[in-house]
Every structure is written in structure tokens, then in C-alpha cells.
Ligand binder design. Sequence first.
Ligand SMILES: *[C@@H]1O[C@H](CO)[C@@H](O)[C@H](O)[C@H]1NC(C)=O
Ligand SMILES: *[C@@H]1O[C@H](CO)[C@@H](O)[C@H](O)[C@H]1NC(C)=O
Ligand SMILES: [Cu+2]
Length: 181
Amino acid sequence: MELHSIIRYTLFLAFMSGLLLENLVGAASYTVGDAEGWTYGLDYQRWAQKYNFTVGDALLFSYIRGQHDVYRVVEDTFRSCDVSSGVVSSYDSGNDVVNLTRAAKYWFLCNVKGHCRGGMRFGITVARASPSPSGGGDGESPFPTSPPPPLPGNTGASVARTTWWLVVIGLWFVINYLGVD
Ligand SMILES: *[C@@H]1O[C@H](CO)[C@@H](O)[C@H](O)[C@H]1NC(C)=O
Ligand SMILES: *[C@@H]1O[C@H](CO)[C@@H](O)[C@H](O)[C@H]1NC(C)=O
Ligand SMILES: [Cu+2]
């Protein structure tokens, strides 16, 4: 093999392993309701079923401040829509990020009158971020077998990944446009 092909081949491998890495450790951020955001009239349980959530992912609740709010609650409260008990946390900024930091079930609702019963509530199961999920069992245990890396690590991983891609893309340009023959 001449040098050119060897370098190209190496880059290809780097690219593919980058994709693999991305899939293994990539944390995603989901906008609840997608483009429509957090609003009255959507079926959020149905929205939630479109995705598989993993530890490290985040939910973004986007809405006009004052028109809705976000309560993270326990299951009973989710079912009753009565927030007089069972509230874990609540948000009302209109741009609320909820980090899914544990392998557990998360329940959310909007506490504006009528909205919870009107569909502004959903529950999700957040799975461990393990690269090799062992079978279909969902992580019911409140104690993840391996605690997820703390958030600062997340940021570090994201920076590392960005650098990785920049290097790969940069090399690709060098090979293709400056010609290494
Ligand atoms: C979620 O996970 C299930 C089971 O592993 C899989 O069949 C399904 O395609 C996944 N859905 C998405 C949107 O990734
Ligand atoms: C969620 O994570 C982001 C970074 O990943 C962080 O900036 C933010 O403060 C976290 N939010 C909460 C409520 O912990
Ligand atoms: Cu609402």
C-alpha cells in the first residue's frame, strides 16, 4: 500500500471509531414535545414513547413563562395530578433543563389547572448508560450498579469528542486538498 492509501484507511478507521464512540457515550438532549415544546393539547405520554432515555441525557421544557410549569413528581402524584404531595422538584423558568442523572423512572406534569389531566404529563424510564445493556430488563433498581460519571465528566467527554472530530476532519482536508502522495 502506498502512503496515501494507508493514511486514508487510517482516517476511515478513526472516523468509524468516532461514530462508535459517539453512540456509546453520546448524551442527548431532548426537547419535550419536539418542535411544539411544552404546551397544552399534545399527548406527552405518546411523545415520550418515541425515545429511549439514558443516564446523562437531558430534557428541555420550553414554554412561555407563566403559561405552564414543570413538576417532577412521584408516580402516585403523576396519576392523581394532585401536587399537594409527592413533588420531587419544580421549575417555571420557561426554559427548564432537567438532567437525567439516575437510572430510574421519572414522572413529570404541568400543574396549571386542567393541564395535567389534559395530557401535560408523562413518565419515562431512564436506562443505565452502559455500553452493553444486558438483555431487556429495565434498570428498576434505585441503585445503579455503577454510578454514572458526574456532570463535569460529561462536559469533559463532550469537549474531547469535539476535539476528536476536529482532528479527523482536519486531517481529511489535508489529505484531500493538499495532497499527500
Ligand atoms: C428503544 O429500545 C428498544 C429496545 O431496545 C428498541 O427496539 C427501539 O427501537 C428503541 N427506540 C429508539 C427510538 O431508539
Ligand atoms: C444540567 O447539566 C448541565 C450541564 O450538563 C448543567 O449546566 C446544569 O446546571 C444542570 N442542571 C441541573 C439542574 O443540575
Ligand atoms: Cu400547562
